[in-house]
Design a protein around this ligand. Sequence first.
Ligand code: ADP
Ligand code: MG
Length: 481
Amino acid sequence: MDYSKYETVIGLEVHAQLQTNSKLFSGDANRFGGQPNTQINPITLAHPGTLPKINKKAIEYAIKMGLACHCTIETLNCFARKNYFYPDLPKGYQISQHTTPICIGGYVSVFIAGTEKKIHLNRIHIEEDAGKSIHDAVDGFTCIDYNRAGTPLIEIVTEPCIQSAEEAFQYLTEIRKLVRWIDICDGNMEEGSLRCDANISIRLKGTTELGTKVEVKNLNSIRNVKKAIEFEVERMIRLVEKGETIVQQTRSFDAANDTTFAIREKEEANDYRYFPDPDLVPFFINPSSIEAIRKTMPALPNALKEKLQQEYGLSDYDAHQLCEDKYTAAYFEATASYNRNFKAIANWLLGPLKQYLNEQGQDFNQQPLLPITLAGIIQLVDEGKINFSTAANKLLPVLINTNAHPAATAESMNLIQVSDQNAVADWVQHVIKSMPEKVTEYKKGKKGLIGLFVGEVKKLSKGKADPKTTTTLLEKFLNEK
Ligand code: ADP
Ligand code: MG
């Protein structure tokens, strides 16, 4: 089949639950995982006579995301009712920003093989989440949990400008990083805090008209979004090549076998009878409060990445890795204020420290090692007082829990390397005497054996002989006779 004739067009709709204390229009708790139907109050259920009230934090969070995505922030905002019946929708309507999204335009940068691509956004709007229908709790019944109802959401909608499953993957990775970075959403796709619907179509290369799209729902991981797109594109191309037409459908992803299946043929644009919510007056966001919010925001990942490269001379790769989350990046900068071996700090953060925390199942942002302690460990290695692997394997596990003085601890653990010429010379002489055949081979020109001798001295000294001194002395003695 000739896939190269076609190009893929994707638009993503991402819902992010905002981690405010309370709901979008009422004071009940906004928390995942409570006992069913315990986090609901009459406003969430829209009992007669109740009045919704806008959660200011939710507005602030939406503005933050808009600023992080270079959007224009709309100062005049309205909420509308989107009317439909569904058991998990206690009001009989969802309150959403229909024609007046709070953020317009903007973009999110992704890097595909090192080249920047801007994924353009259509809008970001605020709306409330619905409750949850639970089909597998009681045999023969569907249960309803309204705890989630009224949770504040932002919906981030891209233009149909994503051109591959890989771009979609990178875009979602970036969105998840951003919402965590600015602390508005925990980004957890398995718990549904971040949800994605993928709109996918194909068209012949060189054409500009959009093809008929299919919307895939229930994608609960970034990897699954990628797999769903790959499957859909292949399915659609096969259909078209067979001379069939693609019908507009809503499909669901089946994670058991990485396929999708139709759940409904797309009804013509639903008539939701939108109208402005009469209980919520339009509200105006003062441009000065937008600026005030901008000032509270941390440097964004891409800006910080550039700073790490320019100010600290880190490679593109290291800078990118350190900016995976803001805790690692901040930790790097804190450590760099105590030790100027920036490359070593990056190596330690991305190497031994990360590995140790992974093994212990500890979160980076909750680990106890102080930046100043790490800076001290690096200094010991740089001064040749302890070798890198001893520092990583023996000293780090102790210091991470005590933050004791690195040099004193290394001393008391008997880890300090001996660079005293006489002591090392003793070990070196011993090794040379115990391996006469290897020494002869070395003298005949097999210089690579130096590594073997260094290793033997290391063993003999239980890792305490400073490798630099060892090498110098070995070369001296081996070459002098
Ligand atoms: P709907 O009203 O069906 O939800 P929208 O026009 O609001 O459709 O678009 C929803 C998402 O689908 C957006 O991200 C948009 O970029 C994307 N989209 C729209 N048409 C197409 C298409 N033909 N192919 C791929 N994506 C599309
Ligand atoms: Mg849609």
